[in-house]
Design a protein around this ligand. Structure first.
Ligand code: F3S
Length: 282
C-alpha cells in the first residue's frame, strides 16, 4: 500500500515544549503531579507515568512541592490557589493559549462582553472563561451567543476562538454572529486566536485527503484537535480515526491503492511511525 504523510502532522511545538518541561522537571523532583492530563494522548501519558508523573483531576489533590499546569492552561483563580498553598508551579501553558488568555483578560478589563467560539467542557475553554470574567460565554451556537448580548446593555462585544477550532467554522460563526448582533452592539471585535500549528495541520490534511483513497488520523479519542482533523478529512474522503496501530482494520484498505496519514498535535512520533509501517505492509 502506498502511504503518504501529510506535510505537517503530529506533535505541535506547544505539546513538545510542555513534555520537554515535564521531563526536565521529573529529573529534578520526585512525585511530580500534573493538574489534568498534560495532553490528550494515552501513549504520551503512559510514557510520562513511567517517569513517575501522576495526573490528578482537582487542585485539592495536588500535594507538591512541585506541580504542573498543562498545555491547555487554567483560570487565574486556580493559579492563585496553587500560589496561596506555596506550591512550586511549573506552568507549561502553550504560548498560543497564554496569548488568548491575555487577550480576553484585557477585553474584559475594557468592558467587552466576550463570546468564545468553543467547547465549553474543554479544559482550555474553561481556563479562558476564567480569564474572561463574568460577562462571557463559550458556545458553538450563534443563537446562544446573541442571547447573551440581548441580556445585557447595548455595548461592546468581542469574539475569540478556542485555539484548536477549525478556521472555516470560526469564520462562519463570526460572520453569522456579526449579522445577528450588530444592531444591538456599539462595537464588535473579532479576534483570531486560532493556533497556527492547528490551522496548518488541518490545511495539510485536507490537501492530502483530495489525493488518496482513504485517510488514517492518529491521535487520542479525547483530543479535540485530532477529532477536528478527522472531521476535516471525512468531508473529503473515507476516514478512520485510530489511537494506535493495533486499531487498524485490513478491510478498510481492500481495493484501495493509496492511504494518507495525519496525526493530532499530541500524538508521539513513535505512534505515527508504527502506524505508517503497519500501513506499508497492508
Ligand atoms: Fe499550542 Fe496549538 Fe499545540 S495551541 S498546544 S501549539 S495545538
Amino acid at each position: 500500500m502506498q502511504v503518504e504523510r501529510a506535510r505537517e502532522l503530529g506533535l505541535c511545538f506547544g505539546v513538545r515544549r510542555a513534555v520537554n518541561m515535564l521531563r526536565d522537571a521529573a529529573r529534578r523532583h520526585t512525585g511530580l503531579q500534573t493538574l489534568g492530563p498534560i495532553a490528550h494522548n494515552h501513549v504520551l501519558l503512559q510514557e510520562l507515568a513511567a517517569l513517575g508523573v501522576e495526573t490528578v483531576d482537582s487542585p485539592e489533590h495536588l500535594q507538591g512541592p512541585a506541580v504542573v499546569v498543562s498545555a491547555h492552561g487554567v483560570p487565574p483563580s486556580v493559579m492563585h490557589r496553587l500560589a496561596d498553598r506555596g506550591l512550586n508551579v511549573i506552568d507549561t501553558t502553550c504560548p498560543n493559549v497564554a496569548r488568548a488568555q491575555h487577550i480576553v483578560a484585557e477585553l474584559a478589563d475594557d468592558g467587552f462582553t466576550i463570546v468564545i467560539f468553543g467547547d465549553s467542557g474543554h479544559t482550555e475553554v474553561r481556563g479562558l472563561l476564567g480569564w474572561a470574567g463574568e460577562r462571557s460565554m463559550a458556545t458553538l451556537s450563534v443563537a446562544e451567543a446573541s442571547g447573551l448580548l440581548r441580556r445585557g446593555p447595548r455595548g461592546r462585544l468581542a469574539v475569540i476562538s478556542q485555539t484548536t477550532q477549525r478556521l472555516q467554522e470560526y469564520v462562519e460563526f463570526a460572520r453569522e454572529l456579526c449579522a445577528a448582533a450588530m444592531a444591538d452592539t456599539e462595537e464588535l471585535r473579532i479576534i483570531n486566536t486560532l493556533c497556527d500549528a492547528t490551522v496548518r495541520r488541518q490545511a495539510a490534511a485536507a490537501e492530502l485527503s483530495r489525493r488518496v483513497d482513504v485517510m488514517i488520523v492518529v491521535g487520542g479519542r479525547h483530543s479535540a484537535n485530532t477529532r477536528r482533523l478527522a472531521e476535516t478529512c471525512a468531508t473529503i474522503v473515507e476516514t478512520h480515526h485510530v489511537e494506535t496501530a493495533a486499531e487498524l482494520n485490513e478491510a478498510w484498505f481492500t481495493g484501495k491503492a493509496s492511504v494518507g496519514l495525519t496525526a493530532g498535535a499530541s500524538t508521539p512520533d513513535s505512534v505515527i511511525d508504527e502506524v505508517a509501517s503497519r500501513l506499508e505492509r497492508a
